[in-house]
Design a protein. Structure first.
Length: 316
């Protein structure tokens, strides 16, 4: 089966578009209207791909909205509204649908975004498609970073990776419950991102996993990235030590849906961004830097190790 990126290239070829023209490999598109840009994202989820044990219908509705809004906010846009399509199978109940909609409603309200409407249909399995619409004066693309720019992120990694691993592989530990309570309906600080992203030279959200997101950012800029530090939560380190898991591998390859921004800034802007982040209670962590050597590398004590381009792929 071809990868998601290969299928996108195939589609763009039929539409007579260049593979890396404008925003073709972004998770959102922008349309200029006057002096503003309308930013749109469409995100689909299927029952078999998202229904992790422990997640409720409410959680799925919540996470569907968060996943779509993340791609609006990371472009530097403010959301205007959401429309949705829901495909229901023959076994659905009104209680199930009610909890899906309540989760969507509450997640949208968290970011002052109205749900404008949508459409319903029948499906062999539950399907939900969320389209978010935003507006901005300036669109922050994946492309725009320069060699020497510094790579930052807005959050810690590993908790979502560990959450998936605990449920899918039946790895149990008391701290896992705390991680679940924090992440089943996550509340990223989207509304604060714009304060720092206005200074970014490029940006991407981390929903496809850390390694893959960094590769996407590097490829968009025809450059490379050296990882100097992976910000990992204390709880993740504790559990990985107890369960004898490689927390670097866990964070790089086994995550996704952290809903954090990964962005680049010039060295000249670094102190200003750090100051703004501190003033507005925005956690930011330095990941590394942009280099001329293509690929993504992690810095160890005495050498650089090339990491694999592995992450979430909807078609695999």
């Amino acid at each position: 089966m071809e990868s998601e990126e290969e299928i996108i290239r195939f589609i763009w070829k039929i539409l007579c578009k260049e593979s890396y023209e404008s925003m073709n490999f972004e998770d959102a598109v922008a349309i200029k209207i006057g002096r503003k840009y309308i930013v749109l994202n469409i995100d689909g989820i299927e029952e078999n791909s998202v229904w992790i044990p422990g997640f409720t219908a409410y959680d799925i509705g919540w996470r569907a909205v968060i996943g779509s809004l993340s791609d609006i906010f990371v472009k530097g846009a403010t959301p205007l509204g959401i429309i949705t399509y829901i495909g229901l199978n023959n076994s659905f109940s009104l209680d199930f649908l009610s909890n899906i909609i309540r989760g969507m409603r509450d997640a949208a309200a968290e970011y002052n975004t109205p749900i404008l409407g949508g459409d319903l249909g029948r499906s062999k399995e539950f399907i939900m498609v969320v389209t978010s619409i935003g507006i901005t004066d300036k669109v922050i693309l994946r492309k725009g970073a320069k060699v020497g720019d510094i790579v930052y992120t807005t959050g810690l990694f590993g908790e979502t990776s560990l959450l998936y691993k605990c449920f899918l592989e039946n790895l149990c530990h008391p701290i896992c419950k705390d991680i679940f309570n924090k992440n089943h309906a996550p509340k990223p600080k989207f509304n604060k991102w714009v304060k720092i992203l206005r200074y970014a030279s490029s940006s991407i959200d981390s929903s496809d996993g850390l390694a893959k997101s960094l590769y996407q950012l590097a490829q968009a800029n025809n450059a490379g990235i050296i990882i100097e530090n992976i910000p990992i939560s204390i709880n993740v380190r504790k559990i990985c030590d107890i369960l004898k898991l490689d927390y670097v591998k866990l964070c790089l390859y086994e995550g996704g849906e952290e809903f954090e921004a990964i962005f680049t800034i010039s060295p000249e802007q670094e102190s200003k961004v750090i100051e703004i982040a501190k003033e507005n209670d925005i956690p930011i962590y330095r990941l590394g830097k942009v280099v001329a050597k293509k690929g993504v590398w992690i810095k160890t004590k005495d050498k650089l190790l090339k990491i694999q381009n592995i992450g979430w792929d909807k078609l695999r």
